[in-house]
Design a protein around this ligand. Structure first.
Ligand code: ADP
Ligand code: MG
Length: 602
């Protein structure tokens, strides 16, 4: 067309094109279809929802969602695929009081625009009147007929993106898509424990929940009883927000936020600010790069929640966001500080359904093979000049002793050591008559870690070595180490180049200085240059962790009862005595009741 033509270049798109464009926003991938259909089923008041998936090895080929909700009359079914047709709102003001998951009236229209949809529906209680069957493909109604069917709705979606090749090309592999569907269905199950869900893939049941008034049942069903065992109940109300749910004890954490599941007014959402508020509530109880497990259901005044931010409604906008996030942080914090946070041993009667990808170390086994030998005792160090346990304990005792006031607010009860096992575990009891098994190395590592991190100064104090130590490194390590020298200097390590690939260590952090142990310093530097830098933590944090790990009493070092008691007493003064700096538990508790159950005394 020449630009001199008088015909306008702007034209109004035809409805089919408009719908396909809209579909790009709502229907990104198969998981979006699942989400929209399941949400419609929930809005229809279903008590049971079944999601069936079929796939080849490359792609998901069909999605069917069946519900026993209110169904649709023939007239409603006719309108259901029309863009912007909804039974859920009628005017803009209704958006301030949204109690349904849908309201935009575009999901069915847009899904049908990019696939072939078969709808079978019957209005609940319509008696002998037949149900309706409709087949819609890429906007065209291919068939409408009466059909016999149960009350409720059954929607089958096939040939997704058949007419939008670009979108189809961007689909990830089948397993990625299945994982997305899993995540969405899990989130929805957790925000609607009152509904039974079934997820079936190629005829195999993947996930099942029962209708229950207790959200904990749903959590146990999805993630297993070990997770449930490590959760504590949160309940907190303010005039505009009600927070209920479960959060993990610090002993159960993850390297990502994937198990922070939040719903707002029963809508499963993802919100970075809410996730951050939950994590902030843990304060120092979790390392910076570890995240809690949390299942929270928030009821927020609907006028403060804008769900119409994005077509998928996965994000929300909150008015009074600061107050809301403060309330969440306070709820988490108060809950944690009012609970006994020592993790309990897993109950022997529980039967996990699905294992969490990453669990804290398993509870001790319940029986010992007759041929079992005591664990080999690992030599403390093969180098000469091995640091004695007493010396290692003293390095942390000096600093602890200077702040006797902190013991008043210990998060742990009085602990009395009764023995040790294998040079690895300290056995102890609490005044309440519980048995504690404490990981000696993890406990001492925690103590060192808090002491080193407690030295808040820009540069941490260092102590000169009586005789400087020479280190040799490979060319590659030399390059890495050179880059780390300033960060090391801030932490109290004074190293100088000593020609080629040699370095002279002149001073070390005070806390290590007391050890005067060249082997430990060598180990620390090796860890630093060999470990891949974790992106989530700063150099300072990484160095602190390595120093704590290497400076702490090693597993396999048999300690006297008195030495064990000193470790435990030091641990009681810590801000977070429950985990080592990497998030592993320092102790596990067995109540009398749990032991009795293991021995089948009850
Ligand atoms: P929205 O959910 O935003 O209203 P949809 O396109 O998802 O828009 O659905 C359009 C309408 O179709 C809904 O408002 C509802 O009346 C009806 N509908 C869709 N799915 C179901 C279902 N599973 N059961 C009963 N009615 C349904
Ligand atoms: Mg909808």
């Amino acid at each position: 067309m020449s630009s001199w033509d008088n015909a306008p270049r702007i034209r109004i798109l035809d409805p089919a094109t408009i719908n396909q464009i809209a579909a790009g926003e709502v229907v990104e991938r198969p998981a979006s279809v699942v989400k929209e259909l399941v949400e419609n089923a929930i809005d229809a008041g279903a008590g049971s929802v079944t999601i069936e998936l079929a796939s080849t090895k490359d792609a998901i080929t069909a999605i069917r969602v069946t519900d026993d909700g209110c169904g649709m009359s023939p007239a409603d079914a006719d309108l259901a695929f029309v863009p912007h047709a909804t039974s859920k709102i009628s005017a803009i003001g209704d958006l301030n009081h949204i109690h349904t998951l849908g309201f935009r009236g575009e999901a069915l229209a847009t899904i049908a625009a990019v696939s072939r949809v078969t709808l079978v529906t019957k209005s609940a209680g319509s008696g002998p009147v037949p149900g309706t069957k409709m087949i819609v493909e890429g906007d065209k109604i291919l068939e409408t007929s009466g059909t016999g069917c149960p009350d409720g709705t059954n929607i089958l979606v096939e040939d997704l993106f058949f007419n939008t090749p670009a979108r189809k090309k961007f689909q990830k592999g089948r397993n990625t898509e299945l994982a997305h569907i899993h995540d969405i269905v899990e989130g929805i199950c957790l925000s609607h424990p009152e509904i039974a869900f079934h997820l079936v893939h190629n005829g195999t049941e993947q996930l099942v929940t029962d209708r229950t008034p207790r959200p904990l049942d749903t959590i146990a069903r999805l993630f297993g009883s070990e997770v449930v065992h490590n959760l504590v109940w949160v309940e907190h109300s303010l005039p505009f927000i009600e927070i209920r749910g479960y959060i993990s004890r610090p002993s159960l954490s993850r390297k990502d936020r994937a198990r922070i599941v939040v719903s707002v007014n029963q809508r499963f959402i993802s919100s970075a600010v809410i996730n951050d508020a939950i994590k902030a509530g843990y304060g120092t109880l979790l390392p910076k790069d570890r995240f809690p497990v949390a299942f929270l259901s928030l009821n927020i005044d609907t006028t403060l929640v804008d769900v119409n931010v994005h077509p998928t409604k996965k994000q929300i906008r909150l008015s009074r966001e600061k107050e809301i996030t403060n309330a969440i942080r306070a709820a988490v914090r108060e809950t944690l500080f009012s609970h006994d946070l020592i993790p309990s041993a897993e109950s022997p009667r529980s039967s996990p359904v699905v294992l969490l990808e990453e669990m804290p170390p398993a509870a001790p086994t319940l029986y010992i093979h007759s041929d079992s030998r005591p664990p080999a005792v690992i030599a403390e160090s093969t180098h000469t000049g091995t640091v004695s346990t007493d010396q290692r304990l003293r390095q942390t005792e000096l600093a602890v002793g200077t702040e006797p006031a902190s013991i008043v607010s210990s998060l742990l009860p009085e602990i009395e050591v009764i023995g040790e096992f294998g040079g690895i575990y300290i056995l102890a009891r609490t005044p309440a008559g519980e048995l504690l098994i404490i990981d000696q190395h993890a406990a001492h590592e925690r103590i060192l870690y808090e002491q080193v991190s407690g030295q808040a100064a820009e540069s941490r104090p260092s102590q000169e070595l009586i005789s400087p130590m020479v280190l040799h490194r490979s060319p590659k390590e030399t390059a890495i180490l050179k880059n780390l020298l300033p960060a090391l200097a801030d932490e109290g390590f004074v190293l100088e180049g000593f020609g080629g690939d040699s370095f002279l260590v002149r001073a070390v952090p005070v806390i290590l200085g007391r050890l005067e142990e060249s082997a430990i310093i060598d180990e620390i530097i090796s860890d630093l240059v060999s470990e891949e830098a974790a992106t989530a933590v700063t150099d300072r944090e990484r160095i602190t962790r390595i120093v704590s790990c290497r400076g702490a009493i090693k597993a396999g070092t048999v300690c006297s009862r008195e030495q064990c008691q000193r470790i435990v007493d030091q641990l009681r003064r810590m801000n977070n005595p429950f985990t080592c700096p990497h998030g592993r538990p320092t102790m596990i508790r067995f109540t009398r009741h749990e032991l009795d159950a293991m021995f089948r005394r009850i």
